[in-house]
Design a protein around this ligand. Structure first.
Ligand SMILES: Nc1nc2c(c(=O)[nH]1)N[C@H]1C(S)=C(S)[C@@H](COP(=O)(O)O)O[C@H]1N2
Ligand SMILES: [Mo]
Length: 598
């Protein structure tokens, strides 16, 4: 059980903001909880039970689903047929002539003049594979938090093209959190259900290191002759690659000269991995950012979040196929010699490369095995280190204010997922049953003019409307029309003091672990065009599930920051003494980050 804010008792301000008694502030503060500093899987995320997914399925036509496990026997049969076909081909003199003309490896004069692999390749290769383990595991964890993929931004149930979860049940208030699944602890990182906050720190943190490693690799490749090994410079690579494929499949393998040049099939595979798949991983990753997608409308029309997410997944599929084939071929085409090339920068059959490889594998295995237990024991460390690595980029992208007009009425999603913890307090029920006639929005804190507004008063303020896309951290999205009051109007009314740096939105609803749901936003974003308090959704008053009577929209940020069922807004200098001090309920309890532009 999270500890119920006793520490706040002494920290109460001497005099409460006007209009609210000290007793009210006291009881209000005591409704905040801190969040634990260790993850206990049994009580995690509101004691959400672990739920397994299903074998991956791909939709064929309107509603038939193909179980991808069938690819194993089908692929095996296909391989046998391909081997038989290749063997048949090699009995044909024309094919033998083709192979003689295109033996597989193109050894240029310059490659022969400067053979060998420098030691930096080995070092970078190690960092690359070490980081990829965490990137892939945490990426699978992120996928499992919304275990479906789509091609349109509407995320409509039944329109997913891929899923590792059963069909969406017929429950109108089914939430994305209920839809999430668990992964085995050594596959997912950290593996337990709905641990996306921690998975994202791993994913984005190791991504930034991986991209840095990749950048150094690009620079070194092109400032040395090494780029010639992995960039095709003649059309002859294609017939040579075909020749290698036939030779592999016919089980009469080509002679390798890896010290001088890679065979053409290998060269093409490396080229695609280094110069297509890796950059695509970055671009499609950024394509899921709310701030960037909302700002760069033209690009996001083509590369909508769901297209980006689906392609991001296909890049993963490429990496997995590449890793399996690459490792298999390294082991079967002269292991010691291959390992010497990459791990010891030498061209012989000694055991030196193998020894370095084995030592590096110990590091890999220790890292692999320790990552989940470490994350569950020290989640705040993961949160802090992750933020140190990716936080600056998130902060940078937060500055991209956008204007309305990206979407029109016909872009509105037919289905908009629900998410979060529904309010069930007596206070909320009474307000709801009274059609919110007694509802008052309190806006207080570091402002010259604190106010309490009824819904009628809110509706009397200048009306603001926007059609925008919602980006849930879990991966689903949806477009809706929001009607209400711009936050700029609210600011003009309450007049924040210069010391006010953050604006905290408190909910009438509790979070999953109990304690009031809240979230803090930087004050600059309150004057952005697309920041508003919404009381209407798609032309009707906001429904219960989507936050009645009032919710926040700040389109630079992810979904969990869009507080629903708002009861009050407070302008503060900083949020260190609010809740657990991490800037929001999910930041305190589920280790999310308070800046979530990506
Ligand atoms: N009070 C409160 N607000 C909340 C949440 C919550 O649990 N409690 N969940 C958040 C999350 S994770 C998302 S994605 C959006 C979902 O809004 P929707 O249900 O209207 O789609 O609300 C956000 N606001
Ligand atoms: Mo969310």
């Amino acid at each position: 059980m999270p500890d119920r804010g006793d520490r706040f008792a002494e920290e109460l301000p001497a005099s409460a903001p006007s209009g609210i008694s000290p007793e009210e502030v006291r009881s209000f503060r005591s409704q905040l909880t801190k969040g634990a500093d260790v993850v206990d899987p049994t009580t995690w995320a509101g004691s959400i039970p672990q739920v397994q997914g299903i074998a991956p399925r791909v939709r064929i036509g309107r509603s038939r689903w193909f179980n991808l496990l069938w690819l194993l026997p089908i692929g095996f049969l296909g391989l046998i047929v391909a081997v038989a076909a290749a063997k048949g081909l090699r009995n044909m003199p024309s094919v033998e002539r083709f192979i003689a003309r295109n033996p597989g490896t193109i050894e240029t004069a310059s490659a022969k003049a400067s053979p060998g692999l420098p030691i930096w390749i080995g070092v970078q290769h190690f960092f690359n594979l070490f980081l990829l383990i965490f990137i892939i595991r945490s990426g699978l964890q992120i996928l499992s938090d919304h275990p479906r993929l789509y091609w349109t931004r509407h995320s409509t149930p039944g329109k997913d093209w891929f899923r590792i979860q059963k069909p969406v049940p017929d429950d109108p208030l089914w939430t994305a959190k209920q839809d999430s699944i668990s992964l085995p602890r050594q596959v997912g990182l950290p593996g337990i259900r709905h641990s996306i906050g921690l998975a994202r720190w791993w994913h984005l943190g190791t991504d930034s290191l991986w991209l840095l490693n990749g950048l150094v690799f690009y620079v070194l490749l092109f400032t040395t002759a090494q780029w010639r090994r992995v960039v095709p410079t003649t059309w002859a690579v294609f017939p040579n690659a075909l020749s290698v494929l036939i030779q592999y499949l016919s089980l009469h393998w080509p002679t390798e000269h890896g010290w001088v040049a890679y065979n053409s099939l290998q060269l093409l595979a490396y080229f695609i991995t280094i110069f297509v798949a890796a950059p695509l991983a970055l671009i499609t990753g950024l394509g899921m950012s709310p701030a960037l997608s909302t700002r760069f409308k033209r690009i996001s029309k083509l590369l909508s979040i769901q297209t980006a997410r689906s392609l991001h997944f296909l890049v993963l599929a490429w990496f997995l196929v590449f890793i399996v084939s690459h490792v298999t071929l390294v082991f079967t085409t002269g292991l010691l010699n291959n390992l010497n090339h990459v791990y010891a920068a030498r061209n012989d059959d000694s055991w030196i490369g193998f020894a370095v490889f084995a030592a590096s594998m110990v590091v890999v295995i220790v890292g692999w095995v320790a990552a989940t237990p470490f994350t569950l024991r020290h989640p705040r460390v993961v949160q802090r280190v992750g933020f140190a690595l990716i936080g600056p980029a998130q902060r940078l992208f937060e500055h991209v204010d956008s204007t309305p007009g990206e979407y029109t009425e016909k872009d509105i999603s037919p289905y908009f997922w629900h998410n979060g913890q529904y309010p069930d307090s007596d206070e909320y029920k009474a307000l709801f049953d009274g059609k919110f006639v007694d509802y008052r929005l309190r806006i207080t804190g570091l402002v010259d003019n604190p106010v309490e507004l009824s819904l009628a008063q809110l509706r009397a303020l200048p009306h603001h409307e926007q059609i925008t896309q919602h980006f849930c951290i879990q991966g689903w999205s949806g477009v809706a029309k929001w009607g209400g009051v711009s936050m700029q109007t609210i600011m003009d009314l309450v007049k924040p003091k210069p010391e006010a740096k953050w604006v905290v939105f408190y909910s009438l609803g509790d979070g999953a672990d109990s304690g009031v749901y809240y979230d803090a936003h930087p004050i600059e974003q309150m004057s952005y065009h697309l920041t508003m308090l919404a009381y209407d959704m798609n032309g009707a008053p906001l429904a219960f599930g989507h936050g009645a009577p009032l919710r926040l929209r700040n389109e630079t940020q992810l979904g969990f920051k869009q507080v629903k069922w708002i009861k009050s807004v407070k302008f503060v200098a900083d949020f260190a003494d609010i809740g657990g001090g991490y800037g929001g309920y999910d930041q305190d309890h589920e280790f999310f980050g308070y800046r979530q532009s990506i």
